[in-house]
Design a protein around this ligand. Structure first.
Ligand SMILES: [Zn+2]
Length: 252
């Protein structure tokens, strides 16, 4: 049964991931997510049904448009695959529970944000506002044995700390990141969101150094922080309690 549900969630994740790409690429550009249907941005060739199969279409066409052979961004299959793997992960980690539902929403949000932030260096308010009521409702439904105050404190502290960093760094961190971390705080609680921020900063530092190495020293280009915060939030959501307990035990 576990395998069947995992396979189902993998397929569902691929299909949803395809939609998340559309949301992440169109919403920041002010375009409708329903129209027009997907087309090649170079030649305008409308994608047919067999060109819309997640990951597989990309692999079969070797990442090229079937009409004009222009390169298709690897963001597409990456977003689809990430959503599929995260959906399966949420289920394997939390079973058939409200926690898993929150995990699915968190996975969806992080994929959309990552696509949007990599492509446009933006985290659209519309996306955050769409997820806010869903995440809040599920959190109130299942506070996971904690007081509601922990989660509202998480939103205030997550947003507050990053806002302070943003003001001190004079634009190094955008307002989109601040709002994103406040939303993560609402889901993770105040301890979890601080862990997410630490993990995200660590991952961002490593990622930034790798980019400098790859680009041979062009360090001035800004790097999007949203994907790293997202990674930190997912790790904190899945394993935060274990990580925090393990860390505190070091001092016992
Ligand atoms: Zn084309």
């Amino acid at each position: 049964m576990t395998i069947l549900i995992s396979l189902y969630l993998f397929a569902l994740g691929l299909a949803c991931g395809s939609f998340f790409n559309v949301v992440g690429l169109r919403v920041p550009a002010g375009q409708s997510i329903l129209r027009p249907p997907s087309a090649c941005p170079h030649c305008g060739h409308r994608l047919r049904a067999r060109e819309l199969i997640p990951v597989l279409s990309y692999a079969l066409s070797r990442g090229r448009c079937r009409s004009c052979a222009a390169g298709v961004s690897p963001l597409y299959p990456a977003g689809e695959l990430a959503a599929a793997l995260l959906f399966v992960w949420a289920y394997l980690r939390f079973g058939l529970t409200v926690q898993a539902w929150i995990g699915l929403l968190l996975a969806s949000l992080t994929v959309i944000i990552t696509v949007s932030d990599i492509r446009y260096m933006r985290i659209p308010n519309a996306v955050l506002l769409a997820f806010l009521p869903m995440l809040l409702a599920l959190r109130l439904l299942n506070p996971d044995g904690r007081s509601y105050i922990e989660y509202f404190a998480g939103a205030a502290i997550g947003g507050g700390v990053l806002l302070a960093i943003s003001l001190l760094s004079r634009g190094g961190v955008g307002m989109g990141d601040v709002k994103l971390l406040a939303l993560f705080g609402l889901v993770l609680g105040w301890k979890g969101v601080l862990l997410a921020l630490m993990l995200g900063s660590l991952a961002g530092t490593i990622g930034g150094l790798l980019l400098v190495l790859i680009r041979k020293g062009k360090a001035k280009e800004p790097i999007p922080f949203g994907p790293y915060l997202s990674l930190g939030a997912l790790i904190a959501y899945g394993y935060g309690d274990a990580i925090i307990d393990g860390y505190l035990n070091l001092f016992k």
